[in-house]
Design a protein around this ligand. Structure first.
Ligand code: FPP
Ligand code: K
Ligand code: ZN
Length: 484
């Protein structure tokens, strides 16, 4: 460390000692933002009053530290309650969940969209998937969309199997995933041609155990997660179809080589990248952990392929201070969608710790901080509703859905039944079906700072949708095979 940096660190530590001293004394008050506010009613939590807020000395400013500062400054007034954006507050001084407005916003994403959305044409299945998924977290019934959805996705299915983003587009893992889960939410899975889907998935399974996103397309962990969603939802045979290129390389089943492939994605930081050697990113942590959790019981399979303590450390480090939400990767900015990608991965990691430790590790991450970020910073004020990445961003379906799913991860508790079977009679992988949800106790609600009306529904930790829907498809197609 250079002498100058050394001095800066010394100064920082002295400053820290001073702050701790000041915050203990009656008069004076700690020199953190918002310290002038009356705190006797709603005392500020410690992560908002710590010296880490002063970690950006001007003389060492960089583009990244400037970006951090900008986000901190746009969030702090909301986090501290200096600017509540005219939102009605609950008895803990946090804005209420804007249930009605978010519901209206999500419905609006399912209608006609403004012209710029043409750029998202190939991502159309994502758009309706997010709309449905967000609505169901808020307890809304989406069956009213059943007929419209069926007619929308019918031309997206290709004769050779799988779904493209629109009529005439090549089949793609993400489009297929979003179409299949959307159909599941409106009880429309009969629409899917399971036989051709099986054949198509066989073509994207690779000799190294991974999956491509489409034929000849890029290979990354999204492909494997989406494929296993389809395999388990539709109860497709685990055996590879004869035409699969992976079969020619000696693999026999869709899960052959996959654990080893996933192991190769964990990085020196402890997080998980999209492909071997890639930077660790929250979205891929979820996909890798979710994929493993569909193949076998998390307590068995996750520790086999993932260094769980290294992952834990990395996940914990992505929760940003003072905002309290998650960033997707090291040295990047808080963004509400990672409330799901990382917030939602905690249940899977806790289940990996085994039967006893699932519950005892309940406080392994700061749920209060995430709830505060989401309620104060991620909710769009005014008539529009919806949720946003951060205060300076506009709300959209993607952030609304994953911010709500993150709220659910923070509020509810998810339990994996380590005694439940991981295979059905037809040979289907059933470990993804062994989860249950638990609502927060009054004590937990008080700790989180939420009232009854701020609670959101259970979001399945693997399938990211209502438990009721998962329960329905878990017994569908149970005969297996492709007979009539
Ligand atoms: C980087 O964006 C974000 C990614 C590379 C992750 C994208 C993947 C997902 C959201 C998961 C998709 C889910 C399925 C089921 C296929 P950025 O560089 O704009 O953001 P950052 O600065 O926050 O990293
Ligand atoms: K981002
Ligand atoms: Zn985001």
């Amino acid at each position: 460390m250079s002498p100058k940096a050394d001095d800066a660190l010394d100064n920082l530590l002295m400053e820290k000692a001073k702050i701790v001293e000041l915050s203990d004394s009656e008069e004076g008050g700690p020199p953190f933002p918002g310290s002038h506010l009356k705190r006797d009613v709603h005392p500020l939590p410690p992560w908002l009053t710590s010296p880490a807020l002063n970690l950006f000395p001007e003389e060492y400013a960089t583009a990244s530290s400037d970006a951090f500062k900008k986000v901190r400054n746009e969030c702090l007034p909301h986090l501290l309650g200096e600017d509540n954006q005219n939102l009605p507050l609950n008895k803990y001084g946090l804005p209420h969940l804007r249930r009605e407005q978010h519901i209206n916003f999500l419905h609006s994403t399912l209608g006609n969209l403004p012209a710029p959305y043409v750029a998202l044409d190939a991502a159309r299945p994502w758009l309706f998937y997010w709309g449905f998924s967000g609505l169901t977290v808020l307890g809304e019934d989406v069956m009213q969309y059943r007929q419209r959805l069926i007619e929308t996705v019918r031309p997206m299915q290709n004769l050779q199997g799988g779904y493209g983003g629109g009529h005439g587009q090549f089949s793609h893992c993400a489009a297929s995933y979003a179409c299949v889960l959307s159909l599941a939410m409106v009880n429309g899975l009969e629409e899917v041609n399971r036989n051709t889907m099986w054949h198509w998935l066989g073509k994207i399974k690779q000799p190294n155990g991974g999956f491509r996103m489409a034929e000849n397309a890029e290979m990354d962990i999204r492909g494997a997660y989406c494929a296993f969603i389809m395999i388990t939802v539709l109860n497709l045979p685990l055996e590879l179809p004869p035409s699969s290129p992976a079969r020619h390389a000696g693999l026999k089943t869709f899960d052959d080589g996959l654990g080893e492939y996933i192991r190769s994605l964990q990085t020196y930081e402890g997080g998980i990248g999209a492909t071997p050697g890639d930077e660790a990113h929250g979205a891929y942590a979820f996909l890798a952990m979710g994929c493993l959790s569909m193949i076998d019981a998390p307590n068995k399979i996750i520790p086999k392929y993932i260094d769980t303590s290294a992952l834990l450390r990395w996940m914990a480090c992505q929760q940003t201070q003072p905002e309290g939400g998650y960033a997707g990767r090291t040295n990047k900015l808080v963004d509400s969608c990672y409330s799901q990608w990382i917030g939602g991965t905690w249940a899977l990691l806790q289940a990996a710790f085994g039967a006893g430790e699932q519950e005892s590790s309940e406080n392994v991450w700061n749920k209060q901080a995430l709830v505060r970020y989401l309620l104060t910073c991620a909710q769009q004020p005014g008539k529009k509703g919806g949720m946003r990445d951060k205060p300076s961003a506009k709300p959209d379906g993607y952030h609304t859905t994953y911010a709500l799913a993150g709220l659910s991860a923070a509020m509810n508790h998810y339990h994996y039944d380590t005694e439940a079977p991981t295979r059905s009679e037809s040979g289907r992988l059933t470990s993804g079906f062994n989860w249950s949800g638990k609502s927060p106790t009054p004590e937990k609600m008080e700790k989180l700072g939420v009232e009854e009306s701020d609670l959101v529904g259970y979001v399945h930790p693997v399938y990211v949708m209502p438990f009721k829907v998962v329960e329905n498809f878990s017994t569908k197609f149970e005969k297996g095979g492709f007979g009539k």
